[in-house]
Design a protein around this ligand. Sequence first.
Ligand code: ADP
Ligand code: ZN
Ligand code: ZN
Length: 767
Amino acid sequence: MTLSPAGLIISSAMTESKSPIIIEVAVPLPLDTTFHYAVPWSLAPFAATGVRVLVPFGKRKLTGYVIAAVAESGEEVREIIAVLDQEPLFTVGELEFLRWSAGYYLHPLGEVIKSALPAGINITSRSRTRQKPDGAEVAEEVLTGGKRVKTELFYRAAVPLPEGGKLRDKPARIVAFLGANGEAPASLLRREFGADAAILKRLNEKGFLAATEREVYRDPFREEVFLRDTPPVLNYSQAEAFRQLAAAIKGRAFAPFLLHGVTGSGKTEVYLRAIANVLDQGQTALVLVPEIALTPQLVRRFKCRFTCGIAVLHSGLSDGERFDEWRRIRRGEVSVAIGARSAIFAPLERIGVIVVDEEHDASYKQSEGFRYNARDLALVRGKMERACVILGSATPLVTSYHAAQAGKLGTLHLPSRVRNLPMPTVMLLDARRKKNETFLPELAAALGENLAAGGQTLLFLNRRGFATFLICNDCGHVLRCPNCSITLTYHQRRGRHFCHYCDFSIPAPSVCPECESPEIILLGRGTERVEEEVKGLFPEARVSRMDRDTTTGRGGHARVLKGVEEGSIDILVGTQMIAKGHDFPGVTLVGVISADATLNLPDFRSGERTFQLVSQVMGRAGRGDAPGKVLIQTLAPDHYAISRAAAHDFEGFYAEELESRREAGYPPFAYLAAITLSGNAAPVVEKWAEEAAKLLRLVKREQRSRVEVLGPVTAPLGKIRGRFRWQLLLKSAGRTELHRLLAGFRGKFKTPAVVRTNIDVDPVDML
Ligand code: ADP
Ligand code: ZN
Ligand code: ZN
């Protein structure tokens, strides 16, 4: 056995007499089958379940995952090339969870495993042609990718120091420091002494310093200091919720709960107590939060509370940082892992509790590639680990609340805010017939008053950019994306019109591109326009904006939030990014510029989404000592999603929403699956959508299935990124029957490569 520089374990045996071990390998390709490979005896001790192996695959080389040892293989099998890991990347228990996920979401196991592991670690081969010195071209396979372990040189003072060598100034101080303190990494010496690599190298060569290369972690929170906090005394409802959780944790059986607590009711404090309890028992905690809510503020609350290792996983990290955080979890160096959706696959062992904060949030659903829902998988993993699962929200999903009422989830209720703080007062402003005004007089007045009183304001609008579309007053031409079936949004600062789906853009025209009339008008408004108008209205106010355009780049997000926290921002304009989870005690006014954008989407969840969004943004007001006020401008003041949110009436909203779901046969009264076909040629996609429907109905008859097959229809977003889209919707009273039909269909349905078929089990995005 030899260990190559890249960490590959390669076979060194020439001839091997005994018959080889056979392993089952999953490869990260869209294939439903797994493959058998032979392992040479010299590699046999290393090719355990959970390690990656480099295997020949057709003409290529690929990284695969060992998922089992098999006794015998009926087929002729090829040999693996190398073992890529010295320790398994996943345990047998984790594999069981990944298998379950692959089965439930009908996605190939190899791809599921790949998306559960940190990105960028796999080795694959690429073919390229190389010129030989004699000019001849040869084709060869080159290996790319691989591990990303970061190393750093650590220095210590040599013992004894070399005779006769005399050092002065900086070098003398460095050697003295290391003599007194032992070993230190090069980065620390650079920070403390301004020692660059050349100085250290010279001192090493002269024999003053000894160097060792060591593996280091990239820590995204390295610079910060965390002061221990003092936990508050729980109020009655918190204590009662905690009592039930503590009992469940003690029982060490699967125990799922819905923690329904109004905004500002201290849900996070309940999570922290439950986690402390779990840690005391030597178990670990997995905490899922929506990507947007995964702010430094939240992480700080955890770091200030717990002395154990905490890992943070989110998309703001570099691949390297993610890989390091992942390895800290794998090695058992942390007891708490906090992350966005994909953290549900974190390699945490001995899990005692899984928290899903803001369980209603749509970002738990991955809607591309491997289409899983981390909120749902939390219950599955919790069951496998016999853990306590806490689904927390002020606005639980209708389906969650229904499950809680049916006794499938334990119910924990926090009906009021902490410290007896009142809920904000809410006023609905009817914006009908006043569509051209960004601020109705009441909102403008409230803004002025709040500013004068020194309070902070959040202004919410769920649309970024300046204007929603450009229309020609003469010929009626509207600027549309050539690749997608939507209009282009005008972004003033960049002077261009953008597609929010595919990022296509054109410079802002000065005349109509169709008839050359100069009479072009910009309609609708986005956050950019609101920011400009509020600045015009209150030139003395310190105004900031937070949406996907302003928060690109590392820490952009955090800077704005810090500004609100520290009081250096008076008015923050933003999209749903400002609605979620933040705890800003200085915010006394929340203005909803328009609450209707989500209401009119052709999606059965549009009412629920609107209710959640409005309730969440309202919940940012009055979390400090001063009471909060909310003003909501809307074109639909009588819609139950808006009026119930304004009345802080979850129960009332739930009752109405449940009734409409019952009538239309949507969850919780049915399980859904969506099948989407897409391709570049509209008629071809349509034809195959018809074929899919025919096959589904045929399989349905064969299976005597009662699953309802609806469609095919063109998708509400009929074209995205140049691909035309058709949809079928399956509705079923039971999960098993739905899966049987999908499996039967999937096994038989074959389209030409130009048509792509996606199956989405429990779809969240219906567009
Ligand atoms: P939620 O997650 O329900 O919106 P948080 O957990 O963020 O609410 O709590 C809001 C604020 O109240 C936080 O600053 C938190 O530290 C504080 N808090 C929580 N529980 C208590 C309590 N029992 N007494 C006093 N303050 C509390
Ligand atoms: Zn025109
Ligand atoms: Zn587009």
